[in-house]
Design a protein around this ligand. Structure first.
Ligand SMILES: NC(=O)c1ccc[n+]([C@@H]2O[C@H](COP(=O)([O-])OP(=O)(O)OC[C@H]3O[C@@H](n4cnc5c(N)ncnc54)[C@H](O)[C@@H]3O)[C@@H](O)[C@H]2O)c1
Length: 365
């Protein structure tokens, strides 16, 4: 099929120097490997524990370990600060980086406490006024099948989106005994953030009028697992388009993945991500075409998120994954958690208009 857009990560001609804050699991398993593969230069690292920063620097040949976050922010070589920390304290780290004149890529979830939202918006306004770009590491937007689906939707290949459906047909990652299991409503608050985020991207142009979510314990779930392993989210929009996300629990399968369906007024996209299940089929005018995909979410998606920020800096525009754009995902997440707190009662999220600077589409009623 002709004219299929390129879904791979994009980079500016000159890749900007990165300083990483947070030498934990995701920095080691995804950020650094992706940057190494795609030639993104990491010049410095700082973390709460110097030993962790030193070990990471040694394994990935990062030249400088700073003793503190302040020292990294004062390093004139660092152009982009890559926050690989958790959500606690994230806003003040962004504020400090902005005050130091650095562009920022912050890990997801951007924030997980509604009390942080007013301060976040203040910091983002300050960044805008200084011409500093703050983006969020919504790396799943660059999972190959999801990225290509986003580009095809944007080109209008399936018309207007009518419905988005996700099924989590894979085991959950190990959660028992991890810090993630301490997060209230962890699946909704953290794990599903990527699914909520991509869904709202695909529904852009609509206003979310209702979110209903539940999480629940499943048969055979060990008592040591504090968080429920099953979750269902349903989203209804002003256009009539709707979405549903379902995690059955820890599926006992090696052959699964995360299938998704995007039904539109002119066609359908069917695909899957993760566990090697990656694929995307475009069906329009009675013809189904399997589209070629290159790469994997882990770790190419991480290069995609950083590449988009760096292109946006060069091109003098907001990145697709700007924090301002991701705030709608944050609001959707808070609404899902609130609904789960209410036992699944629908919540009308405040101010959840899915607008975008990219397509110019906004808020159809
Ligand atoms: N696909 C993904 O995008 C993906 C996958 C897994 C985790 N994550 C996210 O990445 C973030 C980090 O997760 P993780 O599993 O690497 O956690 P982690 O606890 O293993 O690592 C976090 C690191 O940041 C350091 N840190 C925290 N606050 C700091 C501060 N104020 N100053 C300096 N260092 C600080 C900690 O010491 C630790 O080394 C979380 O928000 C998580 O949700 C994203």
């Amino acid at each position: 099929m002709n004219g299929i857009p390129d879904h791979r990560p994009r980079f500016p001609e000159r890749r900007r120097a990165i300083g990483i804050i947070g030498a934990g699991a995701i920095a080691r398993s995804a950020h650094l490997p992706a940057y190494r593969t795609w030639g993104l230069p990491v010049v410095a690292v700082a973390s709460r524990t110097r030993a962790a920063a030193e070990a990471l620097a040694a394994d990935f040949e990062v030249g400088t370990v700073h003793a503190s976050v302040d020292a990294l922010l004062a390093d004139p070589r660092v152009e982009v600060v890559d926050l690989a920390t958790g959500p606690t304290g994230r806003v003040e780290l962004i504020a400090a980086a902005v005050a130091a004149g650095k562009h920022v890529l912050a890990q997801k979830p951007l924030i997980s406490d509604p009390a942080d939202l007013p301060r976040l918006l203040e910091v983002l306004a300050d960044a805008r006024s200084r011409g500093i770009r703050v983006a969020v590491n919504q790396n799943a937007r660059w999972a190959p099948a999801w990225r290509l689906a986003s580009l095809l939707i944007r080109e209008g290949r399936i018309g207007d989106v009518v419905g988005v459906t996700h099924l989590h047909d894979k085991p959950l990652p190990p959660l028992v005994g991890t810090s993630f299991d301490d997060v209230p409503h962890m699946l909704l608050n953290d794990y599903l953030v990527h699914w909520l985020d991509i869904t709202r991207c695909w529904l852009e142009g609509a206003r979310v009028v209702e979110i209903a979510a539940r999480d629940h314990r499943v048969p055979d779930q060990p008592s040591a697992a504090r968080n429920p392993w099953g979750a269902d989210v349903r989203m209804q929009t002003s256009t009539g388009a709707s979405a549903s996300i379902r995690i059955v629990g820890s599926a006992r399968t090696d052959a699964g993945g995360c299938p998704f369906w995007i039904h539109g007024t002119r066609g359908t996209l069917r695909g899957s991500i993760l566990l090697g299940s990656d694929r995307l089929v475009l069906e329009t005018d009675g013809e189904s075409t399997e589209l070629a995909l290159d790469g994997q979410w882990f770790t190419d998606g991480f290069a995609g998120a950083m590449g988009e920020l760096q292109c946006a800096i060069d091109e003098g525009r907001e990145p697709e994954n700007s924090a301002d754009h991701v705030v709608a995902t944050v609001r959707a997440t808070f609404a899902a958690v609130e609904s789960a707190e209410l036992g699944g009662a629908p919540v009308r999220p405040h101010d959840l208009e899915l607008t975008t600077a990219l397509t110019g589409r906004s808020g159809a009623q």
